[in-house]
Write a new protein. Structure first.
Length: 130
C-alpha cells in the first residue's frame, strides 16, 4: 500500500499530468492492491474549497464520493493511534496538523507517502515517493 498526499490525490483525479513519472509508477503499481487515502485528506479537500483555493465543478461531497470510488482506493480512518502518533513524531517534526497526521498515518501503516511536498520528502522518518 502507498499513501497519497492530498495534492497527489487531487492531481491523480483531476490533473494527472502534474504527477511525476515516479508518482505515476507508484500509483499504477499499487492500483490492484491499495491506494491509501487518509480521512484527513477529505477534510483538506473540503477546506481548500471552502477557502476558495480550488474549484472542482461539483459539490465537494459528491466529488469525494466519486474520487474515492476509484478502484483500489482504501480510505484510512483517523484512529486514536494515528492521532497520538502525529503528536509524537521523531525529531520534533512540526508542520500543519494535516501533514503531521499524514506522516503518522504512513508510519502506522508502514507505507510510503507519495508527495511533492519538499518538507515531507526530506523528513527522514517516513519513506516518500516523489
Amino acid at each position: 500500500m502507498i499513501l497519497l498526499d492530498t495534492h497527489i490525490f487531487l492531481w491523480w483525479v483531476v490533473q494527472p499530468d502534474r504527477l511525476t513519472v515516479a508518482q505515476l509508477e507508484a500509483i499504477r503499481n499499487n492500483e490492484g492492491d491499495s491506494l491509501g487515502v487518509s480521512a484527513i485528506t477529505c477534510w483538506e479537500v473540503a477546506k481548500l474549497i471552502q477557502l476558495g483555493r480550488i474549484e472542482l465543478g461539483r459539490d465537494v461531497g459528491e466529488w469525494l464520493e466519486f474520487a474515492l470510488a476509484y478502484p483500489g482506493k482504501k480510505l484510512l480512518p483517523l484512529t486514536p493511534r494515528i492521532a497520538v502518533a502525529s503528536t509524537q513524531l521523531p525529531e520534533g517534526f512540526r508542520s500543519d496538523p494535516a501533514d503531521e497526521i499524514l506522516v503518522a498515518t504512513a508510519r502506522v501503516y508502514n507505507c510510503p507517502l507519495v508527495t511533492s511536498d519538499r518538507k515531507l520528502r526530506e523528513y527522514p522518518h517516513v519513506t516518500s515517493v516523489y
